[in-house]
Unconditional design. Structure first.
Length: 298
């Protein structure tokens, strides 16, 4: 290290010297590296001990993580340049043993409140990447937020609900990410959605509809679906049987008529009978005789 050895240079198997130390959980060798941390430049200019901590997280090296915390090299709330904590990383990598370990050492539930630079909490990560079992563990930790007397005024039932429904910088809630996931099977997606719903999660961070005035004075106000609603409809309608979609469309158009918009009922009948409804309903304002505004109109 004094002569500039590169701790991040991978061997033929793609393993770096640092990863080799962590994977073997050689605490004595790790101590040597930590004692010479001033000689080490991390890839993104991060604190070396913090970098080691998150690398240990990715490799589920619990003894290394425990050593770093017990010896005070790093705090459990350490965040990398992306704002990720060890809990974020464990959920991303689906390391359930690490998730359980972090629950035990995070007495004040600090990790649940920390968010990445794009505003994603641990719940956002769990909704996207983890199993339903890991999400359950996270929600169980959240139950401690109800203990306002022990943890302070920033905790309590309202704070616990708000924690679960935080919106990322892109306007997404954890439940929205869970129910629109295309990487999970439908069964896993439904299991995670049920856990979040039972905990009081909301699917949308804002109003599902946007009301805008017509571009010409003789048009009624236009009801515009939010981007999030459009996305949900596109995904879910494509997964249902055609008879279910048809029933949904009939109710959908009944709602349109109730807003007294100029509806071409003949065109609607043709679209329904020709089974184009799945493609047309969530995306286009074909039912309304007006110039479409940006987004989906009904």
């Amino acid at each position: 290290m004094r002569h500039g050895a590169n701790l991040y240079l991978p061997d033929n198997d793609g393993v770096t010297p640092l990863e080799a130390v962590i994977r073997t959980q050689d605490v004595n060798m790790l101590q040597v590296l930590l004692n010479h941390h001033q000689l080490v430049v991390t890839p993104r200019g991060e604190d070396f001990a913090g970098f080691v901590f998150l690398t240990a997280t990715d490799n589920a090296a619990l003894s290394v993580m425990g050593f770093l915390l017990e010896e005070g090299y790093v705090s459990v709330s350490y965040q990398n340049v992306m704002g990720e904590t060890a809990m974020h990383r464990s959920l991303l990598k689906q390391k359930s043993a690490v998730t359980e370990f972090l629950r035990r050492v995070d007495d004040q539930t600090e990790l649940l409140a920390l968010r990445t630079v794009v505003g994603e909490s641990c719940f956002h990560y769990a909704a996207q990447y983890s199993s339903s079992d890991e999400l359950y563990l996270l929600l169980d930790s959240r139950s401690r937020w109800h203990d306002q007397e022990t943890l302070g005024e920033n905790h309590g039932e309202e704070a616990a609900v708000a924690l679960l429904n935080n919106v990322s910088s892109s306007g997404r809630t954890a439940l929205f990410l869970a129910v629109t996931s295309t990487s999970d099977s439908v069964g896993i997606r439904n299991a995670k959605a049920r856990l979040l719903l039972d905990a009081g999660a909301k699917i949308l961070g804002g109003d599902p509809f946007i009301t805008a005035a017509g571009e010409r004075s003789h048009y009624s106000p236009v009801l515009v679906l939010s981007t999030e609603v459009q996305h949900c409809l596109c995904l879910w309608l494509s997964e249902f049987d055609l008879d279910v979609v048809t029933k949904f469309c009939v109710r959908y158009f009944a709602i349109i008529s109730s807003f007294r918009l100029d509806v071409d009922h003949k065109a609607l009948g043709v679209l329904l009978s020709s089974k184009y409804a799945v493609d047309a309903v969530p995306l286009y304002g074909f039912a309304c005789q007006h110039t479409p505004l940006p987004g989906t109109t009904i």
